[in-house]
Write a protein that binds this ligand. Structure first.
Ligand code: FES
Length: 157
């Protein structure tokens, strides 16, 4: 008795029936979902998750942070944080990513504010948006700072 049911065919048999070589078959396998071609441990993660709270200390005398003493800049980046020495001499640490579309925020010593050159958002030293470019634009996260000698600790309270 003959049935209309067809035997399921394995993917490899199907691909071989197309006349593909072993190398081409491996390429197909690697493009698929087989675990034998899974990512290695040192492949970069395209969406890394934050590893923890911000808590680091910088040496203000280090040449790495010399821009903090440059009168035309007065700010540096460390990890995801912008650190600035504002007009009154205190150090302020804010998230460095603009809350509009993610551009890098800078500090402008001439007008003593934080500015995103991409579309012109401005923030004060608390991270509050003073010139938004969209309604309900979020503030920049502010971090705590403590200065001990020439060591500046930046941390989440
Ligand atoms: S990305 Fe900063 S103002 Fe648009």
């Amino acid at each position: 008795m003959e049935t209309n049911q067809q035997e399921p065919i394995k993917r490899s048999e199907f691909l071989r029936s197309l006349g593909l070589s072993s190398a081409a078959l491996m390429a197909f396998y690697c493009m698929g979902t087989l675990t034998s071609c899974s990512k290695g441990s040192d492949d970069p993660d395209p969406t890394p998750t934050p590893t923890g709270k911000v808590d680091f200390t910088i040496d203000l005398n280090s040449s790495t942070y010399a821009d903090l003493k440059d009168a035309t800049k007065k700010f540096v980046y460390k990890d995801d944080v912008l650190i600035a020495q504002i007009k009154n001499g205190t150090y302020v640490a804010l998230a460095k990513i603009c809350t509009h579309e993610g551009n890098l925020v800078t500090y402008r010593p001439t007008v003593d504010n934080f500015y995103c050159p991409n579309h012109g958002s401005e923030y004060d030293s608390t991270g509050k948006v003073t010139v938004p470019v969209v309604a309900n634009q979020a503030s920049l996260k502010k971090y705590s700072t403590t200065l001990t000698g020439t060591s500046l600790r930046v941390f989440e309270a």
